[in-house]
Design a protein around this ligand. Structure first.
Ligand SMILES: NC(=O)c1ccc[n+]([C@@H]2O[C@H](COP(=O)([O-])OP(=O)(O)OC[C@H]3O[C@@H](n4cnc5c(N)ncnc54)[C@H](O)[C@@H]3O)[C@@H](O)[C@H]2O)c1
Length: 317
């Protein structure tokens, strides 16, 4: 089976490419490398350096594929607030082009990278797939618009799809060619930023007066290898003309101070950090209810926070 991995040179997409290849899938990649890195592409993979916004390049990349794993897109929350039009164009418009070209080539299986950002501030914890969706930024709004577009495409044109709503993804995979690191510029994710913290440029802890045990925000993290395991299970679970949504996280949260403590242990010394004021728009606690993925996909994350932090550290070496 040949899988098109859009965004296959990015952090999560390149991990998917590695794991799918190891499981015997044939792989094509479409990525414009605006955030990804062409040097992650392994031998034996068909790589189209092109854009989701170019229908000819999308059509070319789909040749001989039976399935699409769609990771490509823009995913910086702050940037999406400043450039909502760009996020709408690339994420929603790009996915529209992808769905149209898939239909032309009778490719009817899709696994999509959605996000916990579709939910916004939760009314009830942990967050279920049936929880209200009120995204608080344009990035989350584009992911929700895509999920809705996929639901319509399944109903109208027989697409079989899964949207996987990731919480925070961390860790890395080791390959024969070395570690596939998270190489974002700018990096907005807590774990790599904690590990890069220096006395000159200490990591900021936004708010120490939240209603949590240690006063810092709590977030749900999932190891990138566990995450891609769920993609493969979701692919095998696809049903005709149906669109299923699954939360992917650990089902429990870690506070920012707990992440810093895990990083202290991994790195072997006290990491510099400074306590600052709360950041506007940050909910105190975000935790996924992952019981649907456990029950329907027979999936369970197996790597804990210490593994995520130490694998991230090794990948940065
Ligand atoms: N990293 C996380 O914690 C997280 C959490 C929730 C959801 N997600 C989603 O998972 C997906 C992958 O995330 P990531 O962290 O690997 O991001 P990433 O930026 O590393 O990967 C995205 C890839 O898409 C490519 N891309 C961007 N615009 C493109 C276009 N127009 N045409 C072709 N390729 C294009 C980039 O070059 C990059 O390689 C994204 O859709 C993201 O929104 C990530």
């Amino acid at each position: 089976m040949r899988v098109l991995v859009t965004g296959g040179t990015g952090y999560i997409g390149s991990t998917a490419v590695e794991m799918l290849l190891n499981q015997g899938f044939d792989i094509s990649i479409l990525d414009d490398c605006s955030m990804g890195h062409a040097d992650t592409v392994p031998a034996g993979v068909r790589f189209i350096q092109g854009s989701l916004l170019n229908s000819d390049e999308v059509a070319d990349s789909l040749a001989d594929c039976q399935v699409v794993m769609h990771f490509a897109g823009k995913s910086l929350v702050g940037e999406s607030v400043k450039q909502p039009d760009l996020y709408h164009l690339v994420n929603v418009g790009g996915t529209r082009i992808l769905l149209d070209e898939m239909r032309k080539q009778s490719i009817s299986k899709l696994v999509f990278s959605s996000s916990a950002a579709t939910y916004g501030e939760p009314e009830v914890l942990p967050i279920l797939e049936t929880s209200p969706t009120n995204p608080t930024n344009p990035y989350g709004a584009t992911k929700l618009a895509i999920d809705q577009m996929i639901t319509s495409e399944a109903a109208a044109h027989g697409l079989s799809a899964a949207s996987l709503r990731y919480f925070n993804v961390a860790g890395a995979i080791k390959t024969d060619r070395g570690w596939l690191a998270e190489r974002h510029n700018p990096e907005t994710h807590l774990i790599p930023n904690v590990l890069r913290s220096t006395t000159e440029n200490p990591v900021k802890i936004f708010g120490t007066d939240w209603p949590t045990a240690d006063g810092t925000c709590i977030r749900d993290y999932v190891h990138v290898i566990d995450l891609i395991d769920a993609h493969v299970k979701a692919l095998h679970s696809l049903k005709d003309s149906a669109h299923e949504i699954y939360n992917l996280g650990s089902g429990s949260g870690y506070s920012v101070r707990e992440v810093v403590a895990a990083a202290n242990t991994a790195i072997g010394h006290q990491i510099p950090s400074i306590d600052t004021a709360r950041r506007a728009g940050d909910p105190a606690v975000l935790i996924a209810d992952i019981s649907k993925a456990k029950a329907r996909l027979d999936w369970e994350p197996t790597r804990d926070l210490n593994t995520m932090v130490s694998d991230t550290l090794k990948s940065m070496a």
